[in-house]
Structures are given as C-alpha cells and as structure tokens.
Design a protein around this ligand. Sequence first.
Ligand SMILES: NC(=O)c1ccc[n+]([C@@H]2O[C@H](COP(=O)([O-])OP(=O)(O)OC[C@H]3O[C@@H](n4cnc5c(N)ncnc54)[C@H](OP(=O)(O)O)[C@@H]3O)[C@@H](O)[C@H]2O)c1
Length: 266
Amino acid sequence: MAPPILVTGGTGTLGRLVVPRLREAGCDVRVLSRHSSEASDGIEFVTGDRAKGEGIDSAVEGTETIVHCAGSSKGDEDKARHLLRAASRAGAQHVVYISVVGADRIPVASRIDRAMFGYFGSKLAAERVVADSGLPWTTLRATQFHDLTYKTVRQMARLPVIPVPSGFQFQPVDTGEVAARLVELALGTPAGLVPDLAGPRVYAMDELVRGYVRARRKHRLILPVRLPGEAARAFRAGANLAPDRAVGHRTWEDFLAAQVGSPSDD
Ligand SMILES: NC(=O)c1ccc[n+]([C@@H]2O[C@H](COP(=O)([O-])OP(=O)(O)OC[C@H]3O[C@@H](n4cnc5c(N)ncnc54)[C@H](OP(=O)(O)O)[C@@H]3O)[C@@H](O)[C@H]2O)c1
C-alpha cells in the first residue's frame, strides 16, 4: 500500500480543499494539526505544533510526500525548518510548498516594511528553507485567495469610513483551483519553483471594497491612504501580481455573489 501523504495545515482554508482532492485521487492522507481529531475515511490526524517542533517526527514518519500548507502571518521559516529537518531524518521524497506571488519582489527591509508586510519576507525565507533542505521539492506561488480577499474586505467594511491603501491592486484566485494545482504537483515529480498561479483579473483594492459594499447594500466612504515604505512602493508597482499568469478561472464576482447572502455570511 502506498504511504500516506502528509498535509500540514490540512485543517486550514487551503488544506481543507487539498485533503479531499488527494482522497479522490486514491491517496491516504495524514493531517498535521495542533488540535486532535478522529481518523475518518482514509484521513488520519497527528497532533503537533510546528512552532514548538512537537509531534513533527510522528507526522512525517512513513510518509514520502509532504504538502506543506500550514502557515501563519509570521515566523514561517522557523516552523518550516522544524518540519524539513524531521522530513530529512524520515527520508521524505518530495516536499510541496505553497508560497505567495511577490515573495521575491516585495522588499522587507525597514521596521515599517516588517510591521506591514513581514509575511512576504517570511514566505521567501521559508521558500529558501525548503530549497536548501536537501530534499526534492516543488514550490508554487499563488496570489491572494478569494477567501482571504473576502475576509479582508468584510472586515474593512465594518468601518463607516474605510481607509484603502492607494495604488494597491490584487489578483484574487480561487482557493479550490490552488488546491487542485497543489495536488497535481504532489502527485508529480519534484519540479522546483513552478510557474505562478494567479486569478483571472487584476482589481484596484478600492474596486474590491466597493464591490463588496455594493453587494451588501451598505453605504461607506472610501478614504485613500498612501502607505509608507519600500514594500508598499513595491505593492503600488504591482509586485504582488502575476498578470502573465492569470490562469485562474473562477472570478471574484462569481465568488462574491456566492458568499453574499450565504448562511455563513453575517
Ligand atoms: N490566504 C492566501 O491568500 C494565501 C495566498 C498565497 C499563499 N498562501 C499560503 O497558503 C498556506 C495556507 O493558507 P490558508 O489561508 O489556508 O491558512 P489558514 O486558513 O490560516 O490555515 C493555517 C493552517 O496552518 C496550521 N498551522 C498554523 N500554525 C501551525 C503550527 N504552529 N503547527 C501546526 N499547524 C499550524 C493550522 O492548523 P491548526 O489550526 O489545525 O493547527 C491551519 O490548518 C499558507 O502557507 C499561506 O501563506 C495563502
């Protein structure tokens, strides 16, 4: 029997969509999570915390392929290091990592860059941990998921006057399409850094906010603000976009229409 594929972050927004697609492809799956869950239908759960290095050896034991989806807003390189060291000891054959478009183009140098955009520096550092691990690897950079974009604009729209960084654009992509691509990569051979995956269209950030406000029939004032720092300047220059890789299909409008008024929407 083929060994299980380990999905770190298999309980998260992306990982939750990776796991059933691996099952559909006939793979047994092991999920690493900080919270325990009962095994079900070819999916086992290992409790562990990458930040503390706990449970990682048990999670990687007997796996050949690891899809590394676990992530947080900071410190991902240290957490990746714990995982990759354990994976090396266990003799893993393929690590698939999900990173973000712009990780290599958004400079995180000053304190102000780190405070607002440290996530990008941390993703780049984690990419390097994966590439330098000595294990065969594949890294996919994706643009912001529709789910994250939605969560962001929904939070922003709680304010009566919404400050929106001027000149910022996004190219949101469907999380399910990212999951499908990760599964394809996990079932293939290690490929290094593969072409980016980006959504079908680029939107100004105020356009995304206005679209949400309109769909929810709210009335809000939008206040453009100019963010300081080099990372913000790179954002204004479109460093977080991949217009030549607009290969995603599901549009933001389609996603928004499905969310607004759904039972999970408030
Ligand atoms: N969201 C985006 O727009 C976007 C775009 C490009 C790339 N990405 C990358 O895609 C990945 C998944 O993003 P997401 O939006 O699905 O994240 P998410 O919904 O916040 O899920 C994060 C996952 O990471 C796990 N996790 C966090 N800290 C952990 C720790 N210390 N030990 C073990 N597990 C831990 C969580 O598991 P438990 O809570 O169960 O422990 C959860 O399953 C991240 O690497 C992110 O950087 C995201």
